[in-house]
Design a protein around this ligand. Structure first.
Ligand SMILES: [Zn+2]
Length: 368
């Protein structure tokens, strides 16, 4: 392979959490990210410097923008934010073997040294030493990002850029759905925000027999039906939805609950709608510790409960690739906006007002 044209200068554009308060700052001249050996713009021996073309704005980024309790307790001020992207490899470290300059890539944003118990036993997504791109170290809302070679995902030619930029949340959806074994099962999704909506076609492609969805937003429910949910319920209007679901499922309740809301009342009602012996896969994160009826929801019901974090490395990524290439999972209705990185304030405004589902920031145009 020939060496790609080098665009690299000594500074770049970046969205930085520059101050311990709400908002992000656009820095037009941020020094390039640092490699593991400490030199800026140069990947360490086993790292890769990637020119970022498109990047997805995530719920996590909303928390970082708002500077809520979680964000202020975790995010180092001064960090470049963002963790979902597609780009082109610009430079590789001296010991990199698998990745080449010029390749079109995305990356797993959960970075581990690969040596703790979980990493060594096939569970790197819950490694003890995990660092998250754009949360614990400089991320991808910038012209360049550095990631370890192990984290690079070579993007299939037939997967378009805007899909490549949102593999992180799609992977959350795929991981959740696949952890619960939905084939031939009835499925309830509580909370059809961006990831809940992505879960609808994924569950459909994975063979779910029937999908129910509940949410507080009627537009999200319309889209859930368009994407393949059979029956949807609007909180505040269809308030007998648990009874309706039971009536539609022989009086038993659904086989599988996919909890995507993090809202305590939805979690409670979702478990009410789950049949005895059913499986609940939980991805939604409650804002604070919550009361939960362990006795009835789990013990007497004999429920199986699965907590879902990140994406399995790399099983989830292969599953995503297969699903996208099959044509059965399409994200065009979910990616509602693409806007230049300079319009970041508008993008966050739309997200915070729930006027957008998924926004992709265009940083360096299409990859090809
Ligand atoms: Zn994300």
């Amino acid at each position: 392979m020939t060496t790609a044209t080098s665009h690299t200068t000594s500074t770049m554009r970046a969205l930085v959490k520059a101050r311990p308060e709400a908002g992000l700052d656009f820095d037009p001249a941020r020094p390039l990210p640092q490699g593991s050996h400490g030199r800026r713009g140069e990947p360490g021996p086993r790292e890769v410097l990637i020119r970022v073309h498109m990047a997805g704005v995530c719920g996590t980024d909303k928390h970082i923008w708002e500077w809520d309790e979680w964000a202020s307790g975790r995010i180092p001020v001064g960090i470049v934010t963002g963790h979902e992207f597609v780009g082109i490899v610009e430079r590789i470290g001296s010991a990199v073997e698998r990745v080449e300059v010029g390749q079109r890539v995305s990356a797993e944003g959960h970075i581990t040294s690969g040596i703790d118990y979980n990493s060594r036993t096939g569970n790197a997504h819950i490694a003890r030493d995990m660092q998250i791109l754009g949360v614990d170290r400089d991320g991808c809302f910038a012209d360049y990002v550095i990631v370890p070679e192990e984290n690079v995902w070579l993007l299939h030619d037939d997967i378009p850029d805007h899909y490549g930029a949102v593999l992180d949340p799609l992977g959350n959806a795929v991981h959740t759905v696949m952890s619960a074994d939905v084939s031939t099962k009835t499925v309830l999704i509580t909370g059809v925000g961006m990831i809940g909506l992505m879960s609808v076609p994924v569950a459909r492609a994975a063979g779910a027999a029937r999908i129910f969805a509940v949410d507080t937003n009627p537009h999200h429910l319309d889209l859930a039906r368009k994407l393949g949910a059979e029956q949807t319920f609007l909180v505040g209007q269809d308030d007998n939805w648990v009874e309706t679901i039971r009536a539609e499922t022989r009086g038993d309740g659904v086989d599988v609950l996919l909890e995507m809301s993090g809202a305590p009342p939805a979690i409670d009602a979702g478990f009410d709608a789950l049949r005895r012996g059913g499986t609940a896969a939980i991805l939604g994160i409650p804002r604070e510790p919550m009361r939960f009826d362990l006795t009835n929801h789990i013990i007497f019901k004999g429920s199986t409960v699965i907590g879902v974090n990140g994406r399995r490395m790399w099983e989830t990524w292969y599953q995503m690739e297969n699903l996208l290439l099959s044509g059965r999972v399409k994200l065009d209705d979910i990616i509602t906006h693409t806007m230049p990185i300079e319009a970041y304030a508008t993008a966050f405004d739309l997200l915070l007002q729930n006027k957008a589902l998924k926004i992709v920031l265009d940083i360096n145009g299409p990859t090809r």
